[in-house]
Design a protein around this ligand. Structure first.
Ligand code: SF4
Length: 354
């Protein structure tokens, strides 16, 4: 694959600019990461250099569609990648913050049955440039909307910890070069224990969101197949070690599925797990979004409220995640479940229930 503009690090950029004055490296880096510009837009550079960089450092993402929800606060992009796969990125403006949800793989191999990405299978890993460019494009759009991108969640298509090195390089770029606080960067995982253990050894104390969805092994084996390899005791042990190492609160994500994991017994099991950690986990409740390939449905609103009440009564903090962009299939577990691309066809490119 040809390196794209956000694949290169400073050393690679310096090599590329070896025949230029040394200050050009800073100038180009600043243009890419602070001005959020393409090489062609960096007017401080001489025209021939701009043209050369535009050829040598192409964009990684080809916009296919952009959808904006009814409220105007959620923007979803479908991007084409080198070699044909597609991914999606979602930008969400809230009253007090702006967040981008980025994809880390084209498809996902984890095969969680309720998730449209899992239903579509795995295509390939994303490069650091493909991940960082999603953040940069979102930051640019936020700026155009008079907002500032402050949060990045790695909760789009794919399992971030199954593509560890590029994902961590993207986290470092987001922090070091785009100026985002580690406290505002969240990595999600469905429970890849080796990845959680690596994360505990990194310098940056990012947030960890564990997509739990079930708090007993029998149900979790059925909903989240990776649980057969890393059962709950092993997963919770790794979470506890992460908390001890980082001192940051961790969240459990729970996609509420009607009649499956929304009963009182499920709340009790979840509360026991959440409270067993050195710092009690915060629970994010996500009413399951409809996807074409999963026969059951999300918990109705009253059931979601009840489940939250049970957790609160058991001493566990729980928040109901607002589903953003349901009308444009940009909500959790729904991303790009149905996307028309040219030539027209139904494409199953992404979705996540986190
Ligand atoms: S829920 Fe997450 S880990 Fe599971 S298949 Fe979907 S994207 Fe992959």
């Amino acid at each position: 694959m040809v390196p794209t503009r956000y694949d290169v690090d400073r050393d690679a950029l310096a090599t590329l600019l070896a025949d230029e004055p040394r200050y050009r490296v800073d100038q180009v880096w600043d243009g890419l990461y602070r001005q959020l510009g393409s090489p062609a837009e960096l007017t401080a550079l001489p025209r021939p250099l701009r043209d050369r960089l535009d050829d040598d450092l192409p964009a990684a993402l080809s916009p296919v569609t952009e959808s904006i929800d009814r409220s105007g606060d959620t923007v979803k992009w479908l991007f084409g990648l080198d070699g044909g796969p597609h991914i999606e990125t979602v930008l969400m403006h809230y009253r007090d913050r702006t967040t981008v949800c980025v994809s880390t793989q084209a498809g996902c191999a984890m095969a969680c049955g309720f998730c449209a990405t899992g239903q579509g299978g795995f295509e390939r890993q994303l490069s650091v440039g493909e991940i960082v460019e999603q953040i940069v494009r979102a930051a640019r759009r936020a700026r155009d909307d008079d907002r500032r991108l402050g949060n990045v969640v790695f909760m789009g298509m794919g399992e971030p910890l199954a593509n560890y090195d590029p994902v961590w390089a993207a986290v470092e770029r987001a922090h070091d070069d785009l100026g985002l606080s580690a406290r505002h960067i969240t990595l999600s995982t469905v429970g890849l224990v080796p990845g959680i253990r690596r994360l505990a050894n990194e310098d940056l104390p990012v947030n960890l969101a564990v997509s739990l969805h079930a708090a007993n092994d029998a149900l979790r084996d059925a909903l989240v197949p990776i649980n057969r390899r890393y059962p709950l005791t092993v997963l919770v042990g790794a979470c506890a070690d992460y908390l001890r190492a980082k001192g940051r609160r961790l969240s459990f994500e729970w996609a509420l599925i009607d009649g499956t994991n929304d009963r009182r017994i499920d709340a009790h099991e979840l509360a026991d797990l959440a409270r067993s950690l050195p710092l009690p986990a915060h629970v994010n409740l996500i009413p399951l979004n409809p996807t074409p390939g999963y026969p059951t449905r999300g918990t109705p609103v009253a059931g979601v409220r009840q489940f939250r009440r049970w957790l609160l009564d058991l001493g566990v903090n729980a928040t109901v995640r607002r589903n953003r962009g349901t009308d444009i299939d940009a909500a959790c577990g729904q991303l790009a479940a149905r996307v028309e691309v040219a030539p027209p066809r139904v494409d199953s490119v992404s979705a996540r229930a986190r």
